[in-house]
Design a protein around this ligand. Structure first.
Ligand code: BT5
Length: 232
């Protein structure tokens, strides 16, 4: 992949910026901002993006828009953390956790047949806001030292490229690896979906990327949702 990096001091959201230029930009264009003033998660949730974190969006032009692309981002982040000696796990569908805390989130958005913007937010050296201290961590907190963003970025881009190629060749290989790296399988979870809250044992990540939950009423396939684990 020929990466073309656009660096911004500050932006509302790198995903919005990337979406604005995606159609006329080549695949491999990466938008990185030092700070985001309106960083977003799914469903318009806020993503805290003070200086020190890696806030970026990658423009991809896959043959087909595919919701499973989110795992390419999550696997790449997991692998990047591993390079720095941190063991992270994917929390289906779009988070990476270390222990009981979230360290990264992926937000894929796109225009069918045109482009996909893969937003990645990774807490590196940034402060974690007070209200997230219980649920979020950073590489700095885990390693006890700052890690220059310029060291993290090439590792992440390399891993992204590799997993993107694997995905193009065979999405099922990406699903297989996602299964292996998923934190919640075999655990009792609660999932908030648009249809309501369901709970049960997370059994599998299926070929289409959905989560298979074993509920008291039987197996249930979930396409979108927010999983919470009962840690305590
Ligand atoms: C996500 O959403 O986890 C996707 C986050 C994607 C952020 C990147 S940064 C670059 C690009 N530009 C953007 O505007 N976005 C992308 P979701 O699964 O909906 O999780 C959102 C929830 O994570 C929030 O409601 C908070 O509870 C929590 N959260 C917010 N900021 C966080 C942070 N910095 N670290 C850990 N957790 C955070």
């Amino acid at each position: 992949m020929k990466w073309r990096i656009i660096r911004l001091e500050e932006v509302g959201s790198t995903n919005d910026y990337a979406r604005g230029i995606a159609e006329e930009s080549p695949e491999g264009t990466v938008v990185i901002a030092k700070r985001q003033t309106a960083g977003r998660g799914r469903k318009g949730r806020k993503w805290a993006s003070p200086e020190g974190g890696l806030w970026m969006s990658v423009i991809l032009k896959p043959e087909k828009t595919d919701p499973r692309l989110v795992f390419v981002g999550a696997l790449a982040v997991r692998e990047t953390l591993a390079e720095f000696g941190i063991t992270g796990w994917i929390k289906w569908p779009n988070d990476v956790w270390v222990g009981e805390k979230k360290i990264a989130g992926i937000l894929t958005e796109g225009k069918a047949g045109k482009f996909v913007v893969m937003g990645i937010g990774l807490n590196v050296n940034n402060e974690i806001p007070e209200e997230l201290k219980e649920s979020a961590t950073s590489m700095r907190e885990l390693l006890g030292r700052e890690v220059p963003l310029e060291e993290v970025l090439p590792v992440l881009l390399k891993a992204l490229e590799r997993w993107y190629r694997v995905f193009e060749e065979s999405p099922l290989k990406v699903i297989d690896e996602t299964r292996r790296r998923t934190l919640i399988l075999g655990k009792f979870v609660k999932v908030i979906t648009d249809e309501g809250v369901v709970s049960g044992i997370a059994r599998d990540v299926l070929e289409d990327g959905s989560l298979l939950l074993e509920t008291e009423e039987g197996p249930l396939k979930i396409l979108h949702g927010d999983v919470s684990l009962r840690f305590r």
